[in-house]
Design a protein around this ligand. Structure first.
Ligand code: NAD
Ligand code: TYD
Length: 352
């Protein structure tokens, strides 16, 4: 049986790295990328692979049942890697309903389509749901880590919507035997990251000498993973993960926000040949995020033990690559901030 893999959200930050990896590593697969191209979807992330013969892009919404069913039918889908989501916590605070629509209803719609199309013929099929460590809630600064058995305790509309989708995916496994696998990952960083999230926003603002908004006192802690390490983990879980199982993915790399901002300021002082300490003057402490989770930390020992996955990048090497990429790709950054990236689809896919 051939492998026809539907990836959702493949024009986004993580999705584009996963698409590139799967298209390149598995020329025998047909990779169909379904993405609505919301503000977060950017086809300029995929220019290097868009003309590969094993790749097809479809613009569409995962909540559209008719469309999703037609894709299962047209491409005889055997595998799903589901990343499409609204992904930014701050946006979920101001506009929660779109998170429930895409993250909960969209996931339910994909599950229904898989069940309907696959019938009870589950051999060789797989539904992989990509999720976040934020479903586990928050940790104290002093210690503790999220494991796969930590009770869910989501606290933002974003994490609550992702938790709901995780529960639905597991319910389809327990109730219908749908062959699912899940992973919950910590904060990613790297090339193609939309500059609304901490690291790319700070890089963008430092480059343009704009204020660097640090929420509260900057004492919140996140565990950071280089995006290509995550894409490789997704490849591993897709192919080797046990059906019905969940794998936590993390970078063993906890940082306080303020320490990251200081690091980026200092590294860019050097790279941009500014006087030492100049960029730190841009730091502005602003009102804290509502319900701001204090600390996330992932115990990623299960995926290491069972599937042999470890992060390859250290924070030092990953941040160096990320800074190199943002400095070398200022056109990408300019297009994202000006909105010009939104014209790419019309230009490339709708030429008359
Ligand atoms: P992103 O916001 O960069 O990309 C999301 C993609 O989904 C975009 O291309 C967007 O156009 C698409 N999309 C949104 N709504 C859609 C809809 N209704 N139908 C079809 N496509 C739609 O997100 P990301 O940071 O790449 O995250 C991808 C996935 O990984 C998400 O499920 C997220 O919850 C999860 N995750 C992200 C992180 C992180 O640090 N960014 C960490 C762990 C897990
Ligand atoms: P973010 O990149 O939005 O990821 P998440 O909220 O999913 O962890 O934020 C990472 C951390 O950085 C989080 O503690 C909030 C903080 N933050 C700021 O201090 N300033 C900012 O401008 C942003 C976007 C985030």
């Amino acid at each position: 049986m051939s492998t026809n893999l539907l990836i959702t959200g493949g024009a986004g930050f993580i999705g584009s790295h996963v698409v590139r990896r799967l298209v390149s590593q598995y020329p025998q697969y047909h990779i169909i990328n379904l993405d609505a191209l919301t503000y977060a979807g950017n086809l300029e992330n995929l220019t290097d692979i868009e003309s590969r013969s094993n790749y097809t892009f479809v613009r569409g919404d995962i909540t559209n049942a008719e469309l999703v069913e037609s894709l299962f039918d047209k491409y005889s889908i055997t595998h799903i890697v589901h990343l499409a989501a609204e992904s930014h916590v701050d946006r979920s605070i101001t506009d929660p309903l779109i998170f429930i629509r895409t993250n909960v209803l969209g996931t339910a719609n994909l599950l229904q389509a898989a069940r309907k199309y696959w019938g009870n013929e589950y051999s060789g099929k797989r539904f992989y749901h990509v999720s976040t460590d934020e479903v586990y809630g928050t940790l104290p600064l002093e210690g503790g880590m999220f494991t796969e058995t930590t009770a869910y305790d989501p606290r933002s509309p974003y994490s609550a919507s992702k938790a709901s989708s995780d529960h639905l995916v597991r319910a389809y496994w327990h109730t219908y035997g749908l062959p699912v696998v899940l992973s919950n990952c910590s904060n990613n960083y790297g090339p193609n990251h939309f500059p609304e999230k901490l690291i790319p926003l700070m890089l963008h603002n430092i480059i343009h000498e704009k204020p660097l908004p640090v929420y509260g006192k900057g004492e919140n802690v996140r565990d950071w993973l280089y995006v290509e390490d995550h894409a490789r983990a997704i490849d591993v879980v897709l192919h080797q993960g046990r059906i019905g199982e969940t794998y936590n993915i993390g970078g063993h790399n906890e940082w306080r926000n303020i320490d990251i901002v200081h690091l980026l300021c200092d590294l860019l002082d050097q790279r941009l040949e500014r006087p030492a300490g100049k960029n730190r003057n841009l730091i502005t402490f602003v009102k804290d995020r509502a319900g701001h989770d204090l600390r996330y930390a992932i115990d990623a020992s299960k995926i290491a033990r069972e599937l042999g996955w470890y992060p390859v990048e250290t924070f030092e090497t990953g941040i160096a690559k990320t800074i190199d990429w943002y400095l070398a790709n200022q056109t990408w950054l300019d297009h994202v901030t000006s909105g010009a990236y939104e014209e790419y689809y019309e230009k490339q896919y709708h030429r008359s």
